[in-house]
Structures are given as structure tokens and as C-alpha cells.
Ligand binder design. Structure first.
Ligand code: SAM
Length: 175
């Protein structure tokens, strides 16, 4: 379920978050925060009126993050799987997300689950919204290209293991 040997480095975190416009984002979703490397920095950078909705399946990570962020009303953490993104946003009267930051170990997931998650993300992303995912290989590139018009790939060697960063959007392709 965790799919990693250690938490992500600050270099990977910087590259992931550089895809988000924190000046304009009012709804950000995070999948699989683990120990909270991306969560902590997102909270630092986001606007005072921005909501951060977090999905973490692992009970221990979930409990620790709930405790750490209990005094910040901008953060909502759910012990649920990522595919519930649309229904949970709806419960919160939010219908779009400006960014989805995903650390999900897609290489370990069944194809059906990847497709369900990507379908929901595509539906909830705002016009300029981004789905941002890292992976230690390019095995899930085909799925991302199936769902998003634009898939930009970046790389950092400064992580254990080195990682690829996908920034995906519904923006129309310019050919
Ligand atoms: C590779 S770890 C990433 C942790 C952290 N974001 C980092 O980069 O260091 C993946 C995380 O995804 C969580 N996870 C796995 N499947 C999930 C799912 N279906 N929904 C939500 N979280 C999930 C795991 O519990 C784990 O915390």
C-alpha cells in the first residue's frame, strides 16, 4: 500500500509543488500524504481561504496527520481511498479542484482502480487545474495520456529512488 522505501525528498517535493499556482488555488486535493512531506509545504504556501482535502488509507499515517493539523480548519483529512474524491468534494459543497497532488503507488494498483481514480480527477479538475503525480518509472504514463490532453514529464535524480513527475491537465493540445 505504501509503495516507497523512504519519504520523498525536498527536491521532489519542490518539483511537485512548482506545478501549482498557490496565488489562485482555492481547492487542493492530496492523495497518499504518508508522513506529510508534501502536505506540510502545501499548508505553508496555500491561501488563507484555500481548502486542502487529503485522502490517506493507512490508519497510522491518517491518525498522525489528523493530530498534526487539528488546529488548521483549512485541512480536511479522510481515511478513505482516492477514488472517493468526487463524492467527498460534493459533501463539502465543492465541485472543482485546482490541483490534485498524488503520491499513490500506481504501479501497485489494478488497472481498473487507476482508471476510476483518473476518471474522477479529470471530472473534478478546474479548467486550468493540474493532476500532479510522481512515479519511480514511467509505467503509468499510458493511463495518464489516456485521460489528460496534456501530460508533461519532469525528473529528479535527487530522491531515493530517482523519480519522474507528471503534470497533467485538461488543457487543449496545441499542435
Ligand atoms: C509512496 S507513499 C507516499 C508518501 C508521501 N506522500 C511521500 O511522498 O513521501 C504512498 C501513500 O499512499 C497511500 N495510499 C495507498 N493507496 C491509497 C489510496 N487508494 N487512497 C489514498 N491513499 C493511498 C499509502 O498509505 C501511502 O501513505
Amino acid at each position: 500500500m505504501v509503495g516507497a522505501v523512504s519519504p520523498s525528498s525536498k527536491y521532489l517535493m519542490q518539483k511537485m509543488l512548482s506545478n501549482i499556482n498557490f496565488k489562485t488555488a482555492t481547492v487542493i486535493v492530496e492523495f497518499g500524504p504518508g508522513t506529510g512531506v508534501f502536505t506540510r509545504e502545501t499548508v505553508q504556501r496555500m491561501r488563507p481561504d484555500c481548502l486542502l482535502l487529503v485522502f490517506e488509507l493507512n490508519d497510522s499515517f491518517y491518525t498522525k496527520l489528523r493530530e498534526e493539523f487539528k488546529h488548521d480548519s483549512r485541512i480536511i483529512i479522510r481515511n478513505k481511498s482516492a477514488e472517493h474524491i468526487s463524492s467527498v468534494l460534493k459533501e463539502l459543497n465543492k465541485y472543482q479542484a485546482d490541483a490534485v497532488i498524488s503520491s499513490l503507488p500506481l504501479a501497485n494498483f489494478q488497472s481498473d482502480l487507476i482508471q476510476t481514480i483518473l476518471q474522477h480527477c479529470k471530472q473534478v479538475l478546474s479548467e486550468k487545474g493540474k493532476f500532479i503525480q510522481f512515479q519511480y518509472s514511467l509505467t503509468s504514463k499510458k493511463y495518464l495520456q489516456q485521460y489528460f490532453n496534456s501530460v508533461q514529464i519532469n525528473f529528479t535524480a535527487r530522491n531515493i529512488p530517482p523519480a519522474f513527475i507528471y503534470a497533467c491537465s485538461n488543457a487543449t493540445k496545441i499542435s
